[in-house]
Ligand binder design. Sequence first.
Ligand code: ATP
Ligand code: MG
Length: 603
Amino acid sequence: MVLRLSQLFLRTLREDPADAEVASHRLLVRAGYIRRAAPGIYTWLPLGLSVLRRVEQIIREEMTAIGAQEVHFPALLPKEPYEATNRWTEYGEGIFRLKDRKGNDYLLAPTHEEMFTLLVKDLYSSYKDLPLSIYQIQNKYRDEARPRAGLLRGREFIMKDSYSFDVDDAGLDASYAAHRSAYLKIFERLGLEVVPVTATAGAMGGSKSEEFLHPTEIGEDTFVRSAGGYAANVEAVTTVVPAEIDFTNAPAAEVRDTPDTPTIDTLVAAANALSPRSEADGGAWTAADTLKNVVLAVTLPTGERQLVVIGVPGDRGVDLKRVEATIGTFLPIAGEITLEAANEEDLKKQPLLVKGYIGPGMSLDAPLLGSEGASKLLYLVDPRVVSGSAWITGANEAGKHVFGLVAGRDFGWDGVIEATEVRAGDPAPDGSGPLETARGIEMGHIFQLGRKYAEALDLKVLDQNGKQVVVTMGSYGVGVTRAVAALAESNHDEKGLVWPRAVAPADVHVVAVGRGEEIFAAAEKLALELEAAGLEVIYDDRPKVSPGVKFGDAELVGVPTILAVGRGLVDGVVEIKDRRSGNAENIAVDRAVDHVVNAVRND
Ligand code: ATP
Ligand code: MG
């Protein structure tokens, strides 16, 4: 059907919406693709829906190609399955919860691992039924702390989520690899550049995991890559660990007076004045020779506040997102935590922590005797703090530092954590060269979940030997509505949207320019012929709208080919313009349909 602008449910806007921070949000609203219903919640209008359906179709085709089958779950789900995996608690404030009239708890699903696991458990019982991959394209609900940038971070959004079920690890590897290559094809077909990066598994549990990041300045994820092909989410970058050092002959540690040195800079200056280091021993002291002990406050899912001290080389800051990604393994309970620098109140409760002079050895790796409850603080260190490394660090007394405190000899720790910021120029962990940093939007995420969900929900099948084995699973998500936004973000100019052919709401936008009846008659005929040739056609047939407004709308809406029927008609020509390159040419009316059809086919 030809979409006639005189009939189409569309209002383009001249003004940017007040709440729009990014181009995609601004333009999708102005061009009449979406409307905001509530913060982070959007209504899809006909043009938007048509782009959305095209994106979904590409995803469906690639899922079908790897043998995945489509199902559809409810979005409204009972609490029980999520309790069995503890995610009812772990998600904290991140999920929308509600009660039915009998007082039973429900949630709007943020993701569907539990339901898929239970469905397969319900129906399948033998290794012969596996492998299985099933998926859905479904609304997800997350009460995001900061819904942002329109569709990019919504509170209701559409995700394609698939789940694979295998009887053994080799099977999971194959299912994971199939999804990985399907994802690369999907993004290629969408015309959306993505970089697959190694990720941490986070709240999902499990082991191997990769994210597909679309590089863009407005992205919220920072990632790093090397010229040699390494790419990882900043949270997943591992430090290149220096070799351990033999400390048999290392001099004894020495406490020295360092008045007024609460910061690393003042400490380094004092160290160089007090005990200059010879060129042969490494030259002047720098911040990297100091061990900075940063006190963080963790709020556990129970609401309890716990302090953690992290020892890092003084030349590096602590990256809270990196700490958050892995600190879970050191905490007493799993679940959503919040992490921040400890405040004055926190420090007052730990009198042995002297701000600006905190050090290990005296207090941190031994119970904090004298403090209330005599509890021991969790002390974690950066991987660069290897056995035998010697440090200048706090002596736990105002105005004093200890020099030559040797790791493994003079102090211990409860664990090693990737806590420091990753910097451009740091070596890639696989030896493939220095890292550079970039920003991106997470478009997709694939996980090897392993047996976590199957164990929690008791999904077992009989293996070849008639033995019950726990099924191993993968989970794979693509942000469908986010993909529409990312495509708009990466395909626009100052005049409006510029859709790639694969997802454009139509193939051609026919504009009747002027007043003459013959113009409208010719434009109408062309629109119908283009449609008959199998193209999706928008036809601007509005009778009393000025050429300026019509062209402005065509450029705002962003269909790749614009066919203008106007004054040239008396000379037997129409104008065909490529919205992407801006190139326009006059073509004879009777060749116009062929010309457009070829342009569409050859794209
Ligand atoms: P993010 O880190 O951006 O919050 P996530 O890691 O929580 O995303 P997943 O649970 O991995 O997201 O979900 C799979 C995919 O769903 C993501 O890769 C992303 O494309 C999409 N997605 C997640 N949250 C949102 C959201 N609030 N709005 C739109 N799309 C989203
Ligand atoms: Mg993710």
